[in-house]
Design a protein around this ligand. Structure first.
Ligand code: ZN
Ligand code: MN
Length: 454
């Protein structure tokens, strides 16, 4: 009997939202701009143009590296990755090969166990974080292809994990967590739908052939062109099934160093073969001769580390919410999903102290009422919560419907009230409170009940 264990890693590309591009002064924000209006000789790859690295982009890459617990090597450099494609006018991409800006980090994931009640912490290794330039953008209409170079040269961070994930769910949690950290750092919106974050999973299977310790691996596959969390999951699940089938039919095993590239077809929900046998040597990497290598002082790295430490990343925020505000971890996780909401909550909680509102009450209100943190001030939110405590929160129609339901379900109590047993009204008020989960003002409910009975 064969047993299979998926072995999954991801390469994630994230566009930084710097003012200017990676190696020239063109605007980096190309979203919605007229095609080919944010270009210059450098990002068009014209002869004689020279690249000047964007300091901010390098700092932000190291920021991310530090936030992911990476080491920052003292030496680093850019390299040329040579390949031909119409969206790459120079014939090479300026990237990093053997000396990336950050290496050897980890990201801790909270994985729910099958009982859905408990969870476990899984650490996924971050092999490297490097910086490169984005390519132009191709689009195809009918028989014609169009190219827009506005995206060419936009700073692009690449994060490469160790192949330590075992399911598409784990990959999804990894990507969500990574995106959350990137947004907390404020270096990118990392919106997959807008192409600001792109994910390429590498997948194969470890197969236990049942003969003692005999493990073999199926050929390694990288899936390209995936633009949503959902499709990343679907592509991985498809690939796992496909590799099981293929191994059962052919018994084909992984060749060392070899990687097959497959595309993702949204329409069919399948991956399809693009290239076989891709290896690093194919790119003829060599040091970028137009940009001198870097050597960082330990003081500068410590300075960046201090800045990152001050930021309160999601894990620190959760810890703070649990310890200082006495909020259950599950609620703290919801509140810290987006930095804006987490900070908004903290402001309301601070104001609430004087009004003897507990942080937990405020947290529940913000989550349950889906408070629109971008449109309300903390002061106004606090007022609403306070007035909500004393007044009817439910829409009138909804409350009336509940009162009618209570009357219909308790004909005996209604009869008794009509016959002069006036205390019975309190029983009915209680029934309404139960159904409205205490969201309606008791005096108001009593009045409405009396009116409807009469
Ligand atoms: Zn340019
Ligand atoms: Mn890349």
């Amino acid at each position: 009997m064969l047993s299979f264990k998926p072995v999954i890693g991801v390469e994630v590309h994230v566009e930084l939202k710097t003012e200017s591009k990676m190696f020239c002064r063109c605007q980096a924000n190309y979203f919605g701009k007229e095609p080919n209006t944010q270009t210059c000789p450098t990002c068009l790859g014209l002869p004689g143009a020279l690249p000047v690295p964007n300091r901010k982009a390098i700092e932000e890459t190291i920021f991310l590296g530090l936030a992911l617990g990476c080491e920052i090597p003292e030496y680093s450099k850019f390299d040329r990755k040579n390949y031909f494609y119409p969206d790459l006018p120079k014939g090479y991409q300026i990237s990093q090969y053997d000396l990336p800006f950050a290496v050897n980090g980890e990201l801790k994931l909270k994985i729910s166990l099958s009982d859905k009640q408990s969870s476990t912490i899984k650490s996924v290794g971050i092999r490297r974080v490097h910086l490169e330039e984005d390519t132009g953008k191709l689009s195809h209409v009918g028989d014609s292809s169009f190219i827009d170079f506005n995206r060419s040269g936009v700073p692009l961070v690449e994060i490469v994990t160790e192949p330590e994930m075992e399911s598409s769910d784990e990959v999804k949690i990894f990507l969500q967590k990574l995106r959350q950290i990137i947004r907390y750092l404020g270096i990118s919106n990392a919106d997959m739908e807008k192409g600001q974050m792109r994910c390429e999973p590498t997948i194969n299977l470890e197969i236990d052939t049942g003969n003692g310790n005999n493990h073999v691996y199926t050929p390694l596959v990288e899936v390209k062109n995936i633009n949503s969390f959902r499709f990343v999951q679907k592509a991985i699940d498809y690939e796992i099934k496909r590799q099981i089938d293929q191994f059962e039919q052919t018994g084909e095993e992984k060749q060392s160093g070899n990687k097959t590239t497959r595309g993702w077809n949204e329409a069919t929900g399948e991956t399809f073969l693009q290239r076989t046998k891709e290896e690093a040597e194919d790119y003829r990497y060599f040091p970028e001769p137009d940009i001198p290598p870097f050597r960082w002082s330990s003081e500068w790295i410590s300075l960046l580390q201090a800045q990152v430490s001050k930021l309160e990343l999601p894990s620190e925020k959760i810890k703070k919410f649990v310890e200082e505000y006495r909020i259950p971890e599950t609620i703290a996780e919801v509140l810290t999903a987006e930095k804006e909401e987490a900070e908004f909550f903290e402001k309301v909680a601070k104001l609430g102290v004087n009004k003897s509102l507990s942080p937990l009450e405020i947290a529940n209100q913000i989550i349950n009422k889906k408070v629109d943190v971008s449109n309300l001030t903390p002061e106004l939110t606090l007022e609403k919560i306070l007035s909500g405590k004393n007044k009817t929160n439910l829409p009138e129609e909804e409350l009336n419907a509940i009162i009618r339901q209570v009357l219909a379900e308790n004909p005996k109590a209604v009869e008794e009230y009509k016959n002069g047993k006036l205390n019975v009204i309190e029983f009915l008020v209680g029934q309404v409170a139960r159904l409205t989960k205490g969201q309606a003002d008791a005096n108001n409910v009593r009045d409405l009940l009396k009116k409807l009975i009469a």
